[in-house]
Design a protein around this ligand. Structure first.
Ligand code: ZN
Length: 116
């Protein structure tokens, strides 16, 4: 991570936008794998104990837990989105101190009367 000596708040916003541009779709939640039996009688998969695998994405919406079934063929795409979501969170964590530092430097260079 290289840090420019005098980065302006605008520079930080530009950096953040550039970095975030490649992180879409960004998703949050946790993808769970589960096995469960089905309702069919004499199902070979259930009788063998193999059962049926499925994926569920758990997330929170306004404090409430939500669960969404994810078809197996969509799992790689959902995983990519979740990886992006983690990367975006990491990016926002990095952005906070960097942006505040830029604001402080800008304030330090401004005339004293404009200081708050
Ligand atoms: Zn079954």
């Amino acid at each position: 991570m290289k840090e420019a000596r005098f980065e302006s708040p605008t520079d930080v916003v530009r950096w953040l936008q550039d970095e975030a541009a490649g992180l879409w779709p960004a998703l949050l939640g946790s993808l769970s794998f589960r096995r469960s039996p089905c309702v069919r009688e004499n199902c070979p998969a259930c009788r063998s104990g193999e059962q049926h695998s499925s994926y569920v994405l758990y997330g929170r919406l306004k404090g409430r837990r939500v669960a969404v079934y994810v078809p197996e063929e969509l799992v790689p795409e959902v995983r990519r989105g979740l990886d992006n979501g983690r990367a975006l969170q990491e990016l926002l964590q990095q952005a906070a101190p960097r942006y505040i530092k830029a604001l402080k430097q800008e304030r330090a260079r401004a005339p004293k009367s404009k200081k708050r």
